[in-house]
Design a protein around this ligand. Sequence first.
Ligand code: DX5
Ligand code: ZN
Length: 219
Amino acid sequence: MKRLVAPSLLSADFLHLGQEMQWLNASADLLHLDVMDGTFVPNISFGFPVVEAVARVATIPLDVHLMIVQPERYVDRFAQAGAAMISFHLEAVLAEGGDPAAILRQIRSHGVKAGLAVNPDIPVEKLYPYLGEADFVLVMSVFAGFGGQSFILDTYERVRRVRDEIRRQGLSCSIEVDGGVSSANARQLAEAGVEMFVAGSAVFKASDPAAEIQAIRTK
Ligand code: DX5
Ligand code: ZN
């Protein structure tokens, strides 16, 4: 399976986003945008103005990862802002008595790919009833909230279980991982069933970011 690399803008130089976008457009497959609300996660990142500005110059698809409560209030605006993919956290919606399937359909109604994300402490089985309505699953390999954390090894097994269930249900849902991903763990993740690799610090802190992206694709 072809590996797609999604550098996470959270690790970019925010004073020079225009320059960052030039090499990202040329080198990356997708661009991952982390939206945090300070409530679902203990951190605040960026919102519509940044996503809209990036969308004006991006030639690669934008992958918006919502780490927010009540994502149904905002998915329409992120779709209009130019997202090609939008994921939200299953546990955020279940905790507030919301309907994850309805939000997946809301995202898809814009022609945007719909993804369900889960933190490392959420049993992956909770995803299973919704896989049929999702275009992708985002298996977090760190706890959502901050870049630069260490990869949680349990992720390989969690990805394998999700992959097996997707096959069992005969679906074409793809798997993305996010957190501590680099060329050092990409092969093992790919073997477990990952297609989309989000990488923040591994790419942006590399002496040659484009080479690290290529290494995640091929190593
Ligand atoms: C964490 C974010 C990630 C983050 C990944 O909450 O969802 O997308 O930017 O950063 P690294 O690759 O540095 O772990
Ligand atoms: Zn993310």
